[in-house]
Design a protein around this ligand. Sequence first.
Ligand SMILES: *[C@@H]1O[C@H](CO)[C@@H](O)[C@H](O)[C@H]1NC(C)=O
Length: 580
Amino acid sequence: MNCSGWWVTFFVIFCVLQENGVNGNLPPPCDSQIYCTGDIIHQVQMAKIFDDDKHFVDMSLRDSPAKIIKRFQSLFLRPPARQLTREQLIGFVNTSFYDPGTEMEQWNPPDWNESPKFLSGIANAELRTWALNITSLWKSLGRKIKEDVKSNPDRYSQIYVPNPVIVPGGRFREFYYWDSYWVINGLLLSEMTQTARGMIENFLDIVQRYGMIPNGGRIYYLCRSQPPFLTLMMDSYLASEKNLTFLRENINLLAKEYDFWMNNRTVPVSVNGNNYTLNRYYVQIGGPRPESYSKDYELAENLTADAKPSLYSDIAAAAESGWDFSTRWFYGPTDTLLDTKTSSVIPVDLNAILCRVERTLAKFYTELDMPEMASRFSEALNQRLKAVQAVLWDPDLGVWLDYNSEHQKRNPNFYPSNLSPLWASCYEDTAVVDRVVSYLEKSGALSYNNGLPTSFKNSGQQWDFPNGWPPLQQMVIEGLENTQSAKAKDIAFRLAQKWVNVNYNAFKKYNAMFEKYDVEGDGKPGGGGEYEVQLGFGWSNGVILQLLDVYKSRLTSSAIITSFSFPVLLFPILILTLWA
Ligand SMILES: *[C@@H]1O[C@H](CO)[C@@H](O)[C@H](O)[C@H]1NC(C)=O
């Protein structure tokens, strides 16, 4: 390598980095020399031409990748100086790429139904009208991928799937894995079974092709998955449309996705001399996430060459958890993203989800009259129940907690995910229910007007205080509701009413549904994190429809006394009192 001249120092470092493409011996997030690794993504993203790094990696190519790489290289001033100026980069992007979103068409779901039966069950008229408004949002979130993505896949970061999808909304302009579970539940209530089935078929198709389901429908997400809900999507679908043929044709793919989690995402753990196997989020990549390239690159910039790949991997694993980002994954002195150690954590929710997946697969195989496979999954479930009890259950606090396998310690902090084994029925001794309810009452998490906070730490990360997230509310509410405890059911209803209130108050104010909400205040979206709050919004809509259906006769739309309106009400009383 012949880096010389006044720019020596800078370019020696630069060339070495670029020669490796990535750090350490870990692979890049995907092979694409445009979307995942190499000079182009590095220079374009580091120039920050767009506000959000996701913009560039969602652009499609105007030409073949080979021609575009060649065009880029032809712009080098005097090789080996490969750094283009900002103006050159802007010109290059404009002439070589199309705007994001051009590879998809707006799609109007043909099975959209203006009077699904569940609506008429909602007692409160205002909430009923709102529910209809929400079902109408499915029409604005429908997308169909153009055929050219199938014929020329190397010109797109979009992963082709055959059926149209409901996207979350905003910057999330492709399908997402765990989001789709709540979207599908909402679609089924809206009697849009064809659309729901199409989305499940897409995921099955993806398992066939890739052996796993990526975080979302882009090649740059292929190195990481998201919480594994495919089998539970199938379960929701079959509860609406009994169709054993569909199940029989696809059961192998459900098992294959489960095997990915068991072959690639497990960790042995030894507690009190007994050995267990549980699951974790685990990604091995040696470079920044393409859709947040400059943020990740700058975060790792001052680390040693050894520390970089492990940070990139743990950041990607946090994204795989769905909780990107959160102090939940922080272990270390800086209390920043630099302390993200996702791989060391055995998360309660992931293991609860897999517990429910194992039970569901055992049920499916029984229904299909395949007893050997049914007992394989019953056995896996038994192992899991024992491991969850031994490793994650905390006898002192009376709840399940994340376990850090490096420090061999449970994390005592509150997260709604601590209660997820209730939702999954992932326990054998029903005495845990009362203990968990009393943990929840003592935690302080029930004291917020608008639902459960994601944690008690106000870190500026989006999976922390004061944000409340729809899937977390739904899992806790369903978990409490499904117990035999009257107290638990009462808390479930109160939490449902709070969540309905914040969504409804914000809807009246902004005429929109948001991806997350603030558990404080009088009804506003959440904030923080690496991008602006997004509208749409797939899982928010799905969760509200589910809650309106479950508590149809009891929910009200009346405004609550919030921390904002409380002093406003008190003020005139105070004035009157003083005056008198
Ligand atoms: C799972 O891990 C094995 C090696 O342990 C690897 O060969 C395989 O590609 C991985 N599967 C996926 C889908 O990443």
